[in-house]
Design a protein around this ligand. Structure first.
Ligand SMILES: [Mg+2]
Length: 112
């Protein structure tokens, strides 16, 4: 899946969410999407702590690596939903930041 396809899929999800659970305006949607990222990041953190045996034994007993994968996907998805709400061209800005990071660390640019 490309970033463009990822954004397309989440645009459909965003449209569905906005249709079924409409919020007052764009500012409220941006706030809700931002809080969702925080929620999902907390869930990912919880799973990582569990993977390190730093949670209750009952959680540790139920842990699988898929839990981390699922929460990672939730964080990424919620971030893409915020990007859609903020009208961010996700693919363009990711490319720009990768180039910036490679230049900053003086990495070889020939692999682009
Ligand atoms: Mg989650």
């Amino acid at each position: 899946m490309t970033i463009t396809e990822l954004v397309k899929q989440y645009t459909e999800i965003s449209d569905f969410l906005n249709q079924h659970w409409p919020l007052k305006n764009q500012q409220h949607r941006t706030f809700a999407r931002t809080m969702k990222i925080v929620e999902e990041l907390g869930e990912l953190s919880d799973e990582i702590l569990t993977s390190m045996n730093l949670q209750r034994n009952s959680k540790i007993a139920k842990f699988t690596h898929q839990n981390i994968e699922d929460e990672f996907a939730d964080v990424l998805g919620s971030l893409v939903l915020l990007g859609i709400e903020l009208d961010i061209d996700v693919e363009k800005v990711i490319k720009r930041k990768i180039e910036f990071t490679k230049e900053r660390f003086e990495m070889d640019q020939s692999t682009n």
